[in-house]
Ligand binder design. Structure first.
Ligand SMILES: C[S@@+](CC[C@H](N)C(=O)[O-])C[C@H]1O[C@@H](n2cnc3c(N)ncnc32)[C@H](O)[C@@H]1O
Length: 379
């Protein structure tokens, strides 16, 4: 996850996402693959059972990060977009909305000590996991440069700061001072050492945060907002957070004919298989349910519905209209075609599309599957 200074390598630095890149759309008629895990309830882990986080089972957050996210690629594109549409200075202050385990924010902080990051999410468990498993891998000074908030993107100023317990912080700092290696502090870190702040003083409203250069909402998170009015309200909050010297908001979206039907896609990694499952698509509300499952080969266990989201699949022009209504100056689409979902049944790792690059597009003909970055510029 280390951010080596943000170089843009068009051929390599592409974004990973939920959507397995060249996958099998398993439709209803399709035969299950040998290691498909829809049919074997004996090995199933209940996501609500705390045991699934214990002993031999890796955390669902770790599995998610390994199979879904590719922060270096995202950051390369963010820097490229900032350079193209704003320019004139280095972007230093970053905000990751819908941040989950804030892997992108953690990556952002690595290469430049002047960088700061703000993360915001409704899921306190994910934020705490980030504090205890991501941030402490970067070094003790990072605690002072990152602010994770527990709350709703629709009421960001009411969100509460998530803090490390003082003893954990001190312990990490001491370890870092004693050892040159940052790994050492990671190894000694304490689990369960962060909490959401309870008093009003630590709301986002009362935090002194620098104006942000870049705000992002990745892995299709804006689909969690179902109403147009909420989308516009959220975009207005983003605009308020961005620097008056100029800044960008970047979100992603997927689409294509394959996205409006039942779909089951799969990525195989060395120790586990990741399955992305899209339920039936309601064309009146444009809503579907996404479930993420993991199958751990070594442990012979299945973690079904590790994550589950109700999504409204917005169209590109709907997003553009809402961004303009919120007050953004210009909106740009960067799109890449994804491999046809009917061609392959499953991919090894991130698959071939990892090497495809995004191109700015004014028009783009419908495909089986596509992925887009939407860049909104505030000046
Ligand atoms: C699809 S996940 C994306 C996580 C991460 N950004 C990534 O790139 O993988 C969506 C995240 O949005 C969070 N979320 C959903 N609705 C939210 C809201 N209204 N305010 C804040 N977070 C929200 C969920 O808790 C979840 O962590």
């Amino acid at each position: 996850m280390m951010l080596r200074e943000a170089r843009f390598e068009p051929g390599k630095a592409s974004q990973a996402s939920f959507l397995p890149s060249s996958l099998p759309a398993s439709s209803d008629q399709e035969q299950p693959a040998p290691d498909d895990f829809e049919d074997d309830d004996k090995q199933e882990e209940d996501k609500n059972d705390p045991q699934h986080l214990s002993n031999d089972m890796p955390s669902k957050f770790l599995l998610y990060q390994q199979s879904v996210q590719s922060p270096k690629g995202d950051i390369s594109y963010l820097l490229k977009f900032f350079l193209i549409y704003v320019g004139g200075r280095q972007p230093l202050h970053f905000q990751e909305d819908f941040c989950g385990t804030a892997l992108l924010s953690t990556e952002w902080l690595r290469s430049d000590p002047r960088r700061t990051a703000v993360g915001l999410d409704l899921d306190l468990e994910a934020l705490q996991w980030c504090m205890e498993n991501n941030i402490n891998k970067v070094g003790a000074d990072v605690y002072s440069r990152i602010s994770l908030f527990h709350g709703n993107v629709l009421q960001p100023l009411e969100a509460k700061l998530v803090r490390s317990e003082p003893q954990e912080l001190v312990r990490n700092i001491r370890l870092t001072e004693r050892n040159d290696s940052l790994e050492a502090s990671t190894l000694e870190s304490v689990q369960g050492g962060s909490t959401a702040c309870a008093d009003d003083d630590c709301t986002k409203r009362n935090s002194r945060l620098p104006a942000r250069d870049i705000v992002c909402a990745f892995n299709y998170s804006c689909c969690c907002l179902h109403k147009r009015a909420d989308l516009v309200l959220y975009f207005k909050h983003v605009l308020e957070a961005l620097s008056k010297k100029g800044g960008i908001f970047v979100m992603d979206l997927y689409g294509g004919t394959s996205s409006e039907q039942k779909l089951r896609l799969q990525r195989r990694f060395a120790n586990f298989t990741y399955v992305w499952e899209q339920a039936e698509f309601d064309i009146i509300e444009r809503k579907t349910r996404i479930s993420l499952h993991f199958h751990l080969q070594k442990q012979q266990k299945k973690l079904r519905h590790a994550f589950s989201y109700s999504w409204r699949l917005w169209s590109l022009p709907e997003i553009k209209d809402c961004l303009e209504e919120a007050g953004f100056q210009s909106i740009h689409f960067w799109i890449r075609e994804m491999p046809d979902t009917a061609d392959t049944r499953s991919t090894e790792g991130f698959g071939a599309a990892q090497n495809e690059k995004y191109e700015e597009a004014k028009t783009f003909q419908q495909q089986d599957a596509w992925n887009a970055y939407i860049v909104a510029v505030a000046k």
